[in-house]
Design a binder for this molecule. Structure first.
Ligand code: C2E
Ligand code: CA
Ligand code: CA
Length: 513
């Protein structure tokens, strides 16, 4: 036993207080007595030992966890700044880089530049070749851009097929050279598993001004990029304030087109299609015109692409379809035309891709009671060849409704004969560019004959468009071309002028007004 005044008791107490205060290294001294009190002291020391081990392990674990957390945080930060597909910077990283390039620009002699790049045919690659191929294209483009710029330039993907490059302290001239180098790099074919493709781009360039925010620079590059796109493939445009005006006019025109679609201003003109052997007007092609309240008549080549880009083309297509078929109904009711007479309607590629369009055609046929054979839809070669499976399904669906289908602008695209054979079409409309030299170019007659032969070999009939002279018409007739259309017979006319034209017909053999 130990005495009440044993000094080891107070030692024990002090030791426990030290341990409790966090000093896990401290130990209490064991006496030579080795009695019960020493046993308690040793037990306490053991507990302290355990506590220390546990504590150290815990500290280690906290350290590891902290490190992991830090890494995860860095990764997340990278992800928030990076496009996961290409590893390029993303939009927010680009804006950050642009901001710092602009503030550095105040010190540098040359201003920062941003290039904005939009791929020209990416959507159709994605649609026809699939998303894996689309991803491959984006990754390849990213690599090529990176290979064409300096290490200090920031390359970003802004989403979809839009890329941007921030070049600190560069100036317009030097940046334009880099832009051209990128365009050249993109001209090289991209190898996909079963084919190689080319994917061009349009580039806009904007030079940073003092006091300009990154968003404003990006907007200017966007305006310049649109100007490049409007000019054709593989162009580079430098932003200039005049382009803003162009953009404003464009958006004004779009607003006007929206209200024209809801109210008045759009009209259809009709151009006769003439059977060459007999001179009979076998039908008409509906061609849209826009009587703009202040700009006067605007032709479709100017506003159809606009409507296409702005997503108004379906609405426009629906209007044309309904208006043309209802007009045909009126002509039939007035006995102005017979049951073999057809109305041709131009269909955009977008219409072809929408299943709603088939329903619209079905609906208007039902409402008007017009015979489906009297409605012929004109589709450009490009729209069909570029199309995906859905388009072919739509073609089949339209075909199932009994309407005629004709390939428009034949000869300007690249459809193969085997392709032509497989398509559910009845006729091709041969582009006017294939006849312009007739009468001047000695090789032209052979070409015209060859095209007609080719079309017939596919089991189809040809309508030739853009016939402007009696000589051309006569030549086509002797070659056995079924029908033709063009200024020689008549310009597109208002609906009211058509019945008289149909009644008069064109003298067979000696065709012409
Ligand atoms: P397109 O389908 O190839 O139409 C034929 C174009 O050639 C028409 O131009 C017509 O006026 C013009 N043309 C007719 N005969 C001759 C001729 O003898 N010589 C020459 N040089 N030209 C002739 P337009 O009306 O300006 O239409 C241009 C294009 O706009 C059309 O080309 C078509 O692609 C598109 N378009 C017209 N109306 C519509 C429509 O309602 N819907 C859609 N989606 N596109 C339309
Ligand atoms: Ca046409
Ligand atoms: Ca055409």
């Amino acid at each position: 036993m130990f005495a009440d005044n044993d000094p080891r008791l107070s030692q024990l107490l002090e030791g426990i207080v030290r341990l409790a205060s966090g000093d896990l290294n401290s130990r209490i001294e064991v006496s030579p007595a080795r009695d019960e009190l020493d046993a308690i002291i040793m037990g306490t020391n053991l507990l302290a030992e355990d506590l220390q081990i546990i504590y150290e392990e815990l500290e280690q674990r906290v350290e590891v966890r902290t490190k992991l957390l830090h890494e995860a945080h860095l990764e997340m930060q990278k992800m928030a700044m990076q496009d996961p597909l290409t590893g390029l910077a993303n939009r927010s990283a680009l804006l950050t880089a642009l901001k710092s390039a602009q503030s550095d620009g105040a010190r540098d002699t040359l201003p920062p530049v941003i290039l904005l790049l939009d791929l020209d045919a990416f959507k159709s690659i994605n649609d026809t070749q699939g998303h894996t191929a689309g991803d491959k294209v984006l990754i390849t483009v990213a690599d090529r851009i990176r290979g064409a710029v300096r290490a200090t330039d920031v390359v970003a993907r802004l989403g979809g097929d839009e890329f941007a490059i921030v070049m600190p302290a560069t100036g317009a001239d030097q940046a334009a050279v880099v832009g051209q180098r990128i365009l050249a790099a993109l001209k090289e074919p991209i190898e996909l598993p079963d084919r190689s493709i080319r994917c061009g781009a349009s580039v806009g360039l904007s030079v940073g001004d003092a006091g300009q925010g990154p968003e404003e620079m990006l907007m200017q590059a966007d305006v310049a990029m649109y100007a490049s796109k409007a000019e054709g493939l593989n162009r580079l445009h430098i932003f200039e304030p005049g382009l803003l005006l162009v953009r404003r006019l464009r958006s004004q025109l779009l607003d006007d087109l929206r209200s024209a679609l809801k109210g008045e201003g759009l009209v259809l003109n009709y151009q006769p299609v003439v059977e060459l052997a007999t001179g009979r007007v076998e039908g008409v092609e509906a061609l849209i015109r826009w009587n703009h309240p202040s700009r006067g008549r605007i032709m479709p080549d100017e506003f159809i692409p606009l409507a296409e880009e702005a997503g108004l083309i379906s609405e426009l297509g629906r209007w044309v379809l309904t208006t043309a078929v209802e007009q045909l109904r009126r002509w039939v009711d007035e006995d102005a035309v017979d049951s073999a007479f057809s109305v041709r309607i131009n269909i955009s590629a977008t219409d072809l891709q929408s299943l709603q369009f088939i329903e619209d055609v079905r609906g208007v046929l039902k409402e008007t009671g017009v015979r489906p054979e009297q409605v012929v839809l004109e589709l450009t070669e490009m729209a069909i060849v570029k199309g995906n499976d859905l388009d072919r399904y739509s073609l089949g669906g339209l075909r199932g409704l009994g309407v005629g289908i004709e390939i428009d602008d034949f000869g300007t695209g690249y459809s193969s004969i085997s392709y032509l054979r497989r398509l559910p079409v009845d006729r091709v409309k041969v582009d006017r560019s294939l006849i312009v030299g007739l009468g001047t170019d000695p090789n032209q007659p052979a070409l015209v004959a060859a095209v007609l032969q080719l079309v017939r070999a596919c089991g189809l009939e040809a309508v030739w468009e853009g016939v402007e002279t009696a000589e051309q018409a006569e030549h086509l007739r002797t070659l056995g071309c079924l029908s033709a259309q063009g200024y020689f017979f008549s310009k597109p006319l208002p609906a009211d002028d058509i019945p008289a034209l149909v009644a008069a017909a064109f003298p067979a053999g000696n065709i012409g007004p």
